[in-house]
Write a protein that binds this ligand. Sequence first.
Ligand code: HEC
Length: 143
Amino acid sequence: MRAALPVFALAAIGCAVLSGCAKEDPATATIDAPASSTRTAAVEPSIDPATGFKMTGDWQLVRGHCTGCHSSKLITQQRGTPQQWLTMIRWMQAKQNLWQFDPDTESRIIAYLAENYPPDDAQRRAALPAELMPPNPYATASN
Ligand code: HEC
């Protein structure tokens, strides 16, 4: 989808110049395309047909560690900052028998997840502010 943004942006510019684009596709009408969005234009990674993962960076490491217990869809539909991904991993380690990672593996997994599945508008809801959160029984030194 991101790869398509610059096309929309160009179309919008064309409309502005020619002022003759009466039938604007509603799907493109609400896209907010700041100039910086062209930054992501270059290469959008291919999608692994088996898992749906973006085939870039340490994706095979993530496939190896993260798809044994549940569908990869649970991951690709999720979004998060590095801290949010770490919190999900800590929760699975505390409650779902997810194994411990050595620090290097863990930081590579989190980097892949946070870079490729960062927070965006598709997130289910905004995170609760800290003061509305219940106490975290799984708090660790790192969070
Ligand atoms: C040992 C088993 C196991 C492994 C390995 C595992 N998970 Fe999970 N994970 C679970 C279980 C169990 C759930 C809860 C599933 C459910 O709610 O149906 C879950 C849920 C999730 C969710 C959904 C959380 C939510 O809030 O809805 C995400 C995202 C997730 N896992 C990501 C990962 C990632 C990333 C990895 C690799 C670092 C991973 N999982 C590896 C057991 C595992």
